[in-house]
Design a protein around this ligand. Structure first.
Ligand SMILES: *[C@@H]1O[C@H](CO)[C@@H](O)[C@H](O)[C@H]1NC(C)=O
Length: 534
């Protein structure tokens, strides 16, 4: 009896107290179970220490590595067998090697293959349906384009004074050039993501004419397609930077039998004999043709490549050049002179103020005094590439050495194709860590330079011209958007903020975008994927 009386009298206050306690418990359960677990403040070292899908791989930081080639340039007697020449009659379209055994394949990738839901995300049904809908009729094509155009920024973003003034996304077109409709949409996504420009590496996919036509891929774009790509990029306010290799990585021409005589070393179709003016004429012709097409779109920057030229100064004509023209510095003088002449040649052709960029890895190993004598620092801006998780190839002193001659530099990170050569699935966390590491590196190193121009976020199609594809574009797209968000929000490294921004840009449903092993590949986002090659 007394219990009922108590309840009647105190009923209301018990109900209120009870409700408060229930609310509090729900609140507690919520904050302890929602992502990220624990403190929402996640520090850089926690990311770096977090187990990643692929960590231990030796090839982690390779750029476009050569064929297991000795780096010692003096001893070429004991080099491996010459690389098998690619015959002109052979199919030139490199297909992805599916199901290829790869002993470096990470465990989780194999596990992913066994997952029943997403056997192959590149041909996920949702992506297919998106892709199939797009090109059917002109109206549908237009509707899709409008959908993206509506979101794309109308004017060039002004990033003066920002952490990275320039944020360029790299498109390596060798091997698998995207179809135009796909590429146009991708460029809209690039602009929409906030990048300020693109670096275009055409290689054998350019509509080469004249003496270069014979090296053109059967998948190459035609003039109208190139125009459509460039028009789209320009209308989106993107700065367009072409890249033409001029020193090493000339496999796309040197692999042909008739070009063999222009190699530095007959065993490798990579480096062109720098002392052979007849051979260099092919390089100059490539520069002429690309500049001719690009100059109407503006050429504030031009990239001459020049990375990973592991052997030079050994062909007969190079040795003669060194004997006659290099009173000091030997083959380094030959290489540096070549870069100088090439940079001047580019500047003379563009008919406008053009800054010449080159990868840094050769420059950093040349004698500082030789670079100074040639005043290369006034002609070329190095782009420092490092795709590792803690920028392993660029210790403090390497930046100091570069700073002796080059007042202005660029950073280069990766969004795809730089983890290991046989990678079919993308480890987005790996690239996230690489791009975060660049933010920290830039902050600590930039005081050595008068200007740090920006970042080029690279997406490699394959490890070199003769290798198979890795981490194809549809798979690399979410990573591209994510890495651009990191660059945009830098120096702020709040992962919740940049990940949320990436999810929005990719039109992902709530929580559908995550940087957690392979979960990122799902069908609840709105970007294009699926059958994308030309
Ligand atoms: C030395 O340099 C000059 C000027 O560039 C060039 O014309 C000449 O051919 C070079 N000598 C040799 C042996 O290549």
């Amino acid at each position: 009896m007394s219990l009922i009386r108590v309840l009647r009298r105190r009923g209301m206050s018990y109900i209120i107290k009870g409700a408060i306690i229930v609310c509090f418990v729900i609140f507690l359960v919520n904050i302890t179970s929602s992502y990220p677990k624990g403190s929402p403040l996640i520090l850089q070292h926690q990311i770096d220490n977090a187990p990643s899908v692929v960590h231990q791989n030796v090839a982690e930081n390779f750029h476009e590595p050569p064929f297991a080639q000795p780096q010692n340039q003096e001893h070429h007697e004991d080099q491996p067998e010459p690389q098998k020449l690619v015959d002109k009659a052979q199919p030139r379209k490199v297909k992805p090697i599916l199901g290829q055994d790869d002993e470096h394949e990470p465990e989780s990738e194999t596990q992913a293959l066994q997952q029943p839901v997403n056997k192959n995300p590149a041909v996920d049904t949702k992506y297919e349906s998106v892709q199939l809908k797009t090109p059917r009729t002109e109206d549908e094509k237009l509707a899709t384009q409008l959908k993206y155009t509506a979101q794309a920024p109308a004017t060039k973003p002004n990033r003066k004074g920002a952490f990275y003034e320039n944020i360029f996304v790299h498109f390596d077109l060798k091997g698998a050039p995207p179809r135009i409709s796909y590429f146009v949409n991708l460029l809209k996504l690039v602009a929409n993501s906030g990048a300020t420009g693109i670096l275009l590496e055409w290689e054998e996919m350019f509509p080469w004419k004249g003496k270069l036509e014979q090296f053109k891929s059967t998948d190459a774009y035609n003039n109208e397609e190139v125009k459509e790509i460039l028009d789209t990029a320009k209308n989106l306010g993107l700065t367009i930077v072409p890249l033409v290799q001029t020193f090493g990585h000339l496999e796309w021409i040197l692999k042909f039998e008739e070009m063999r005589k222009y190699r530095e070393n007959d065993a490798y179709p990579q480096v062109i004999c720098l002392g052979d003016d007849e051979g260099l004429e092919y390089v100059r012709e490539a520069l002429r043709q690309v500049i001719e097409v690009h100059k109407d779109y503006g050429l504030p920057f031009f990239h001459i490549g020049a990375d990973e030229a592991f052997e030079f100064g050994v062909c007969e004509k190079s040795r003669a050049w060194i004997r006659q023209n290099a009173s000091e510095g030997g083959k380094q003088t030959l290489a540096l002179n070549h870069l100088k002449v090439t940079a001047e040649f580019v500047k003379s052709l563009t008919g406008q103020e053009t800054t010449v960029l080159a990868w840094h890895d050769m420059l950093k190993d040349f004698q500082s005094q030789l670079i100074k004598n040639l005043k290369l620092g006034t002609l070329v801006e190095p782009v420092v590439w490092d795709y590792s998780e803690n920028i392993v190839t660029m210790p403090d002193y390497s930046f100091s050495v570069l700073a002796e001659n080059f007042p202005t530099i660029w950073a280069s990170s990766a969004y795809k194709g730089a983890n290991f050569p046989g990678a079919k699935y993308i480890d987005i966390r790996h690239y996230e860590t690489n791009n975060r590491a660049w933010v920290t590196t830039k902050s600590t190193q930039q005081r050595k330079f008068s200007k740090f121009q920006g970042i080029i976020i690279t997406g490699w199609q394959r490890y070199d011209h003769l290798a198979g594809l890795c981490e194809i574009l549809p798979m690399g797209t979410p990573s591209m958007v994510l890495q651009v968000q990191i660059a945009l929000q830098a120096p702020n490294l709040d992962m919740n903020a940049y990940r949320a921004a990436a999810g929005r840009i990719l039109q992902c449903e709530r929580d559908a975008f995550s940087v957690n092993q392979l979960n990122l590949i799902n069908n609840r986002c709105g970007f294009h994927g699926g059958s994308y090659t030309k």
